[in-house]
Design a protein around this ligand. Structure first.
Ligand SMILES: NC(=O)c1ccc[n+]([C@@H]2O[C@H](COP(=O)([O-])OP(=O)(O)OC[C@H]3O[C@@H](n4cnc5c(N)ncnc54)[C@H](O)[C@@H]3O)[C@@H](O)[C@H]2O)c1
Length: 269
């Protein structure tokens, strides 16, 4: 039990890598506060799990984040682990369809040897750009700011989800790689600031992982991503949860400010 008597908060807990992380942390002895925007799947996922408390909130709303962390403090008087997995790749489902259409066209043009220049830039509204940054970047920042003051009592570990999209130059709507590259930079600065309190801060930059977010972009997109990877398979969220556990536990005691990329070798650092 690598996390016996430890208290953790996980965002994006209703689905994919966040959900798998909650399950892995609980298996290793932690009490987990599972946070997600979507209450119904969150409750369904953990209704029979005694070590999990669920909180439905939008991480881009700093006062809700602050209230949630106050609850953790009131009930546990400590926080050892924060996993920031909540994120979106597009601002809404209509924009997801728009991105899918352009990706489809790009992939077909490449197959047919046709020239095609995608135009993501002119289709992104102010609100689209702000919404993705609000969730992926600002929401992650709000979580860390509120968690850090509580963690300073005991030390701890924070894991932020970035993406290969923030490390490579891939044609896509710029809000997503902008938010994920910013997470890499923020991880380093906060790691340096919190090191005196024995709080470690690291990031994960996955490529295609078999979750709802990835499935939403379709098989063609999956094939295109696999073409970039030396290891020709999509990873499962449970595999990534093993790395989350490593970073959350003392086994990674000398890692801070790092970005590890579970990407089948698409990014080698
Ligand atoms: N799946 C991939 O291939 C992949 C690749 C690289 C990076 N990532 C990143 O990994 C993280 C986890 O992704 P996943 O694939 O498990 O996604 P997912 O879509 O399965 O889960 C994300 C969860 O975040 C929640 N969420 C969204 N907006 C929220 C908000 N404002 N407040 C609270 N919760 C919110 C969603 O409801 C959802 O349950 C994300 O940050 C994503 O950007 C995923």
């Amino acid at each position: 039990m690598k996390l016996a008597d430890k208290v953790a908060v996980v965002t994006g807990a209703a689905s994919g890598m966040g959900r798998a992380a909650v399950e892995e942390l609980v298996r290793n002895g932690a009490t987990v506060y599972a946070i997600d925007l979507r209450e119904e799947p969150l409750l369904q996922a953990f209704e029979s799990e005694a070590s999990v408390r669920t909180i439905a909130l939008d991480i881009s709303d700093s006062s809700s984040v602050s209230r949630a962390l106050r609850r953790v403090e009131d009930e546990q008087s400590r926080l050892d682990v924060l996993i920031n997995a909540a994120g979106v790749s597009t601002p809404n489902s209509e924009k997801q369809r728009w991105v899918d259409e352009i990706n489809h066209e790009m992939i077909n043009a490449a197959k047919e040897g046709r020239e095609y220049h995608p135009d993501f830039l002119s289709g992104i509204t102010d609100d689209d750009f702000r919404r993705v940054i609000d969730i992926n970047l600002n929401g992650t920042f709000f979580m860390i700011r509120e968690a850090a003051s509580l963690m300073k009592e005991t030390g701890g570990s924070i894991v932020n989800f970035a993406s290969v999209a923030g490390l490579m130059g891939l044609p896509m709507p710029a809000y997503y790689p902008a938010s994920k590259a910013a997470i890499v930079g923020m991880t380093k600065a906060i790691a340096a600031e919190l090191a005196p309190f024995d709080i470690r801060v690291n990031a994960l930059a996955p490529a295609g992982i078999n979750t709802a977010m990835f499935a939403a972009s379709g098989d063609e997109h999956m094939d295109a991503l696999l073409a970039l990877q030396p290891l020709k398979r999509v990873a499962e969220p449970e595999e990534i949860a093993k790395t989350v556990l490593f970073l959350a536990s003392e086994e990674s005691g000398h890692y801070t400010g790092q970005t590890l990329s579970p990407s089948g070798g698409a990014v080698m650092m």
